[in-house]
Design a protein around this ligand. Structure first.
Ligand SMILES: C[S@@+](CC[C@H](N)C(=O)[O-])C[C@H]1O[C@@H](n2cnc3c(N)ncnc32)[C@H](O)[C@@H]1O
Length: 225
């Protein structure tokens, strides 16, 4: 597995400019997608957010009351500091903060595990064991919610060469600045399907380039006659 400390240090360098970079490319569309998608999910008891960056996603989850209690895992100290600045005392009392999510997987089961542009930092071979860990910590009817890029035309991406080129450029940039292990977008659909998940709900912007997906576990129980 990649070294979490290196990844955290890498994103420390980008924390001061990260939200501005996202806004430059997507304007308000990214935040609107996240806000509407989270608001459309049923309210629940517990959520784990992994790699929430500067904390906008946490604020959105709290604003729509997605979960009574949230565990917020973020490897970068600078991103975590920005997250904490956003929160009221009332909101803080509903959150457990940590850097490495794995310490929080055995204590309880979650209704939601939210992965906003974090799996794209990892290679397919890193994601497989991560999904196993998440499956263990997810309630039977729980959802893994993923916000990420999509280049798969079968999943609704309208192919544009500049969008494919942009992702390549992003990987060069993030490998150089943030030491992420991935070199290309992971095969999200295949990895989730192989781990026993199906798409329960999706939404997208930018003609399928950015997708929000709620993955649920297939119910493999069969009833005998
Ligand atoms: C590309 S940024 C995404 C930020 C934000 N979630 C967004 O949607 O724009 C990835 C973030 O995930 C964090 N991260 C990566 N791997 C992580 C892990 N295993 N546990 C916790 N945070 C992680 C990084 O520190 C970084 O802040």
């Amino acid at each position: 597995m990649p070294n979490p400390t290196e990844i955290g240090k890498g994103f420390n360098r980008l924390a001061f400019i990260y939200d501005f970079m996202v806004w430059l490319v997507f304007g308000n569309r990214m935040i609107t997608l996240k806000k509407n998608f989270l608001a459309g999910l049923p309210k629940a008891e517990s959520a784990l957010i992994v790699g929430g960056g500067t904390g906008k996603i946490l604020q959105l989850a709290l604003d729509c009351n997605l979960a009574t209690h949230v565990v917020y895992a973020e490897l970068s100290e600078a991103m975590m500091a920005k997250t904490k600045q956003r929160l009221s005392d009332e909101h803080r009392s509903r959150i457990t903060f940590c850097d490495d999510y794995s310490s929080q997987l055995s204590a309880k089961k979650y209704d939601y595990i939210i992965l906003p542009f974090v799996l794209d930092c990892y290679r397919n071979r890193d994601i497989k064991p991560m999904l196993e860990q998440f499956s263990f910590a997810l309630k039977t009817e729980g959802n893994i919610v993923v916000f990420d890029f999509n280049l798969n035309t079968e999943d609704g991406f309208k192919h544009r060469p500049w969008k494919v080129g942009f992702i390549k450029l992003l990987y060069h940039f993030f490998r150089f600045t943030a030491s992420i292990p991935a070199r290309r977008l992971p095969s999200f659909g295949r990895l989730f399907n192989e781990s026993g998940y199906y798409k329960a709900r999706t939404a997208s912007i930018s003609k399928g380039w950015i997708q929000a997906t709620a993955w649920k576990r297939e119910n493999r129980n069969t009833t005998s006659a």
